[in-house]
Design a protein around this ligand. Structure first.
Ligand SMILES: [Fe+2]
Length: 545
């Protein structure tokens, strides 16, 4: 159900411009809009922007009488009225790809905001807005980071808030975009009317397609996609909980069949339904990739989940955690990653942002067996792989590495070093010995510690026992805003005030900064102001109920 919104006359003309033969009929315009939206129930989206290209995405909801193969026209312009058209074209879609539509528009200009729309079976999609990556000298970038949007757990207010920020260059989604469970297994959507579809654990291609389709009907998620280009990576729940290359915690071969078949079904639906650039056939399933944002940022996106990960160890005290044979990225991706870091350093890009899934920094727990890692699914469970990354950063003098993480449904900022508990190697107060920093985004809805008092006490305990941790919040949901200049990266955590109703209000929960050349997180003073020259959001052309 879309929210009730008023429509002004200018928006009416934007919306109906291509239906030029239709007269202006104010008393019937609502019907017209509702009708015009029908083939585009899942909104529009854009993603994987480059300096001169971007992926545009939509999905046609075909009527039963529709032909098997549908033609879809698209247009992209520099103004919301679509008067200054820069590119247009046609593609076809069919049941073979679940009527999803993906266009890689090329020949665009760097650092430019565009507006786009699809047309098919006589109807127009809602208007979308996107932005290409900048080139050359860049003074400031603003990015939102997000993860872990579980439909039954509540309304996607964090997405709505992201959609309202006109000055974002980009949105990073760091995984758990969908969850695979039936209702009640992880969140009960009964009271909120947010039951997962289909209401059983998803296993087949049809299941994964239906779940993606349901998420893409959410008006808040649609709005975030409609206003911003996304760069996405999957985590485990796009397939099944605690996935690794050979299986998953939430995969029972006796009742759910072959893991490889399930994984392929999940990844096929992901590629169909997400605005991600698809590789050539032999690259299917390879989502690690990098992006250049002028001389300010190189963005390196990793897959710590599906490609090279060995199985998680069951025992968090298992000495095999240190086994150098254990892989998280896999050899090929790890080699690529380290090469990307050094290449970026050599060309003197100011910042290296690394978008990835699971917490990189050390998180330990006192147990009867001694001090053990908290969670073997994180980099802690693959200590040798982490050590190799840090050795490369140190050996090649790679500076200004900022790791961006999802997965853990909570808000964190920390220094990254080989052994933060050894005062001869690392000084938590000065940051001496630190090699990088990490910022962790909370979930859109997924929970960490539900009791706020327990969460606060636990956060204090973690801060007191982990010298590299500078900010820990374990209760609230929201998103992470990054403001990047040549001098510093500022991270701001915005938490939503409720999950139980659609309400786009937020609290600023934390401001932390890393200055260029320090690899050290310190508390910041003030939130950054919005960019003064943000391009207009795409008008709210939403059908009135
Ligand atoms: Fe999650």
């Amino acid at each position: 159900m879309m929210r009730r919104m008023s429509l002004n006359r200018r928006e009416f003309f934007v919306r109906t411009a291509p239906l030029g033969a239709l007269p202006f009929l104010p008393d019937k315009c609502n019907d017209l809009f509702v009708q015009a939206e029908e083939p585009f129930l899942h909104g529009v989206a854009s993603g994987d922007p480059l300096a001169r290209a971007v992926i545009l995405w939509t999905r046609i909801t075909p009527s039963p009488e529709a032909p098997e193969v549908l033609r879809v026209d698209w247009v992209i312009a520099t103004d919301p009225e679509l008067e200054h058209v820069k590119k247009k074209g046609s593609v076809v879609t069919s049941a073979e790809r679940d009527y999803t539509v993906k266009v890689d528009v090329e020949g665009l200009r760097p650092g430019t905001t565009y507006y786009y729309r699809f047309t098919s079976v006589g109807h127009d999609s809602i208007l979308g807005r996107t932005r290409t990556l900048p080139e050359g000298s860049v003074e400031r970038l603003r990015l939102a980071c997000t993860s872990c949007s579980n439909y039954p757990y509540g309304f996607f207010n964090a997405y709505r808030l992201i959609g309202q920020r006109a000055d974002l260059d980009l949105v990073l989604h760091l995984g758990d975009y969908i969850y695979e469970y039936q209702n009640g297994a992880f969140g009960d959507g009964t009271a909120l009317g947010r039951l997962p579809e289909p209401d059983h654990e998803i296993v087949s291609l049809e299941d994964y397609r239906k779940r993606h389709a349901q998420y893409k009907t959410d008006p808040d998620l649609q709005e975030a996609h409609r206003q911003h280009a996304f760069i996405v990576v999957w985590d485990d729940h796009e397939t099944a909980n605690d996935a690794w290359t050979g299986g998953a915690e939430n995969q029972q071969p006796e009742s759910e069949g072959d893991w490889e078949a399930r994984k392929q079904a999940a990844l096929t639906a992901y590629m169909e339904w997400m605005p991600i650039r698809e590789g050539s056939h032999d690259e299917q399933g390879r989502i690690y990739r990098s992006f250049r944002l002028g001389n300010l940022v190189d963005l390196i996106m990793l897959d710590t989940r599906m490609l090279g990960r060995d199985q998680q160890l069951a025992n968090p005290c298992d000495p095999a955690i240190a086994d150098p044979e254990r892989q998280l990225l896999g050899e090929e991706q790890e080699t690529w990653f380290l090469r990307e870091l050094t290449k970026s350093q050599k060309r003197s890009t100011r910042w290296r942002l690394v978008g990835q899934q699971v917490m990189f920094g050390q998180l330990v727990n006192a147990t009867e067996q001694g001090v053990c890692v908290f969670n073997t699914d994180q980099w802690d469970g693959y200590a040798a792989g982490r050590a190799r990354v840090l050795a490369a950063i140190a050996d090649k003098a790679v500076d200004n590495v900022v790791i961006l993480t999802g997965d853990i449904h909570s808000s964190w900022a920390m220094d990254i070093t080989g052994n933060p508990f050894d005062p001869t190697q690392y000084n938590g107060a000065s940051g001496e010995g630190s090699l990088a920093v990490e910022f962790v985004t909370p979930g859109v809805t997924s929970p960490a510690i539900e009791d706020p008092l327990v969460a606060a006490a636990l956060a204090q305990q973690v801060l007191a026992t982990h010298p590299h941790m500078k900010f820990v919040e374990l209760n609230r949901r929201g998103y992470l805003l990054l403001d990047v200049t040549p001098e510093r990266v500022q991270a701001e955590w915005y938490h939503v005030v409720t999950l139980s109703e659609p309400l786009a209000d937020e609290d600023l929960a934390g401001v932390f900064v890393t200055e260029s050349g320090t690899a050290h997180v310190v508390a910041g003073d003030e939130p950054t102001p919005p960019k003064p020259d943000a391009p207009a959001l795409a008008p709210e052309l939403v059908p009135v109920a």
